[in-house]
Design a binder for this molecule. Structure first.
Ligand code: FES
Length: 88
């Protein structure tokens, strides 16, 4: 996993799931913690603060105390670049 900064968005995180890239908010929805400081396996990221988990493909909160989903962002690959789609 990799922390990303894409102006003007909040901190983002990119995850490689079996060769496919997914981008989500990097801020845990339970409190203030950077998910890229946590643990990532398969398609699940575990928050370093209280152990809540999210599915990085869908943003779904999968482990208490996280209940609110993560924001996810559509991505496209252009050569070696990962393009993040920003809503208007
Ligand atoms: S801040 Fe992430 S689980 Fe509490």
């Amino acid at each position: 996993m990799l922390a990303l900064t894409v102006d003007p968005l909040p901190p983002l995180a990119a995850f490689n799931v079996a060769g496919e890239v997914f981008v989500t908010s990097n801020i845990c929805t339970h409190n203030i913690a950077m998910l890229t400081d946590g643990y990532f396996e398969g398609n699940i990221v575990e928050c370093p603060m209280h152990g809540g988990c999210f599915n990085v493909k869908t943003g779904e909160a999968t482990e208490f105390p996280c209940e609110e989903p993560l924001k996810t962002y559509p991505v496209a690959i252009d050569g070696e670049d990962v393009l993040v789609e920003i809503e208007d």
